[in-house]
Write a protein that binds this ligand. Structure first.
Ligand code: NAD
Length: 420
């Protein structure tokens, strides 16, 4: 029954990673069971009026993996493929990520199966408000604090905040993070995930003895994470030669001007057709010889067919779950790629979300420099902790990062005991 409810390729992948790590940690069966299964799986049907007068019913989900270490935290995704199992997988990864970063949170994730690219702004607003209304009994600054993910942004969070504040009768900024700065969002939150991806990638380069100014990168996905990662890398001196989005891929051997490209995407909606570039096949893009490859789009982008063909030195996982376990095994066997696993590589987003929540609770705000400096300090120490653990235990970086996160959760569960 549990397996049927969550039957989904991404959940199977997250569960397999968990089991491998639990074996490595030699976790007792009782703790293993308690860590693996989500605490709450919520499903909502969301009827809204479309612009043409029709009523359409969408399905929305929120999964709260566990609340043992504090409120749960995780993004809300709008994408046609969203389903309960996928959301549960993403919630599980959020769990290990928060624990790895030592943030006082459990993991959560939410989403609606919809295509925001084909919806008007009014339809998106009505859908978000309806979802927020249904979510209200289950979210709040002490329970569950949503944030943006794929297909959602600061405006989406502003609508959720508005519904919660209207119900409460006063502004409740701590109900979501990743909201606009004028509504007590944090400076630095929008670029935080991409900034963290670039920070971790250049830290890996320096471990390999490669200078950022002599290096090159390819980025898959040019949304919030990918575009900010690309921009920070370019400012660090890295030549970003190729990027892709859902519409296609582009290449410039001399390096793309990411500031101009971001402006172009804001205007046209896609990287395709950018004047200072040539077209390249999106799969071939991932196999180009560059120093950094950063998949920043969907899960399972790198499978067992692609893994042997990769020619990067650093694989910086901006997206959640971009590498399948089969591809992981191939990459580990090859031994020539420095992997920065998703739970660390894209943790900049939840870390600055945590900073935003702290600022909201304190009714205080930090400067962008303060935020990004605190983020870099935390990422640097976690990065070094992961590498030292991997070296000491002679294991891969993914296993090291997951082991550090899962152990933290398992220890808390053991200390709290079992409520009979
Ligand atoms: P987004 O919606 O802003 O952008 C997604 C990008 O991926 C778009 O450019 C889209 O065109 C592209 N894309 C989709 N399918 C593609 C494909 N098949 N090939 C190439 N490009 C494709 O989403 P985002 O917020 O940037 O999130 C991207 C990934 O990062 C997701 O896995 C998300 O869970 C993860 N993530 C996001 C955050 C955050 O703060 N936004 C934090 C941590 C992790």
């Amino acid at each position: 029954m549990r397996e049927t409810l969550l039957a989904n390729q991404t959940f199977a992948m997250a569960a397999e990673q968990f089991e491998q790590t639990a074996d490595f940690l030699d976790l007792e069966q009782e703790v293993r069971e308690r860590c693996k299964w989500p605490k709450r799986l919520l499903t909502f049907s969301l009827p809204i009026r479309m612009d043409d007068g029709r009523t359409e019913v969408f399905f929305g989900y929120r999964v709260q993996h566990h609340l043992s270490r504090g409120p749960v935290k995780g993004g809300i995704r709008y994408h046609p493929d969203v389903e309960l199992g996928e959301v549960a997988a993403l919630a599980m990864w959020m769990n290990w990520k928060c624990a790895l970063m030592k943030l006082p949170y459990g993991g959560a994730k939410g989403g609606i199966a919809c295509n925001p690219r084909e919806m008007s702004r009014g339809e998106q607003e009505r859908l978000t408000r309806r979802f927020a209304q249904e979510l209200l009994p289950f979210i709040g600054e002490n329970i569950d604090v949503p944030a943006p993910d794929m297909g959602t942004n600061a405006q989406t969070m502003a609508w959720i905040l508005d519904v919660a504040s209207t119900q409460a009768g006063y502004l409740v900024p701590g109900v979501v993070t990743g909201k606009p700065v004028e509504l007590q969002g944090s400076k630095g939150r929008t670029q935080a995930t991409g900034h963290g991806v670039a920070f971790a990638a250049t830290r890996a380069l320096s471990r390999l003895g490669i200078k950022a100014k002599d290096s090159s990168a390819v980025i898959q996905g040019f949304g919030n994470v990918g575009s900010h990662a690309a921009e920070t890398l370019m400012f660090d001196g890295v030549s970003v030669k190729g990027v892709s989005d859902v519409g296609g891929a582009i290449w410039n051997d001399g390096g793309l001007d990411i500031v101009k490209l971001r402006a172009y995407v804001r205007e046209t909606g896609s990287v395709v057709g950018f004047p200072e570039s040539e077209v390249i096949d999106p799969q071939e893009l991932l196999c180009q010889e560059v120093d950094i490859l950063a998949p920043c789009a969907m899960e399972r982008a790198i499978g067992k067919e692609l893994a042997p063909k990769l020619r990067c030195k650093v694989l910086a996982e901006g997206a959640n779950g971009p590498t399948t376990p089969e591809a992981d095994a191939i990459i580990e066997e090859r031994g020539d790629i420095f992997l920065i696993p998703d739970v660390l590589c894209n943790a900049g987003g939840v870390t600055v979300s945590y900073f935003e929540w702290v600022q909201n609770l304190q009714r205080f705000s930090w400067t962008e420099r303060e935020v990004l400096t605190k983020l870099e300090t935390l990422l640097a120490s976690t990065f070094d902790r992961m590498v030292s653990f991997a070296e000491a235990r002679k294991c891969g970086h993914r296993l090291a990062a997951l082991a550090l996160g899962i152990k933290e959760v398992a220890d808390v569960k053991k200390t709290r005991g079992l409520y009979p």
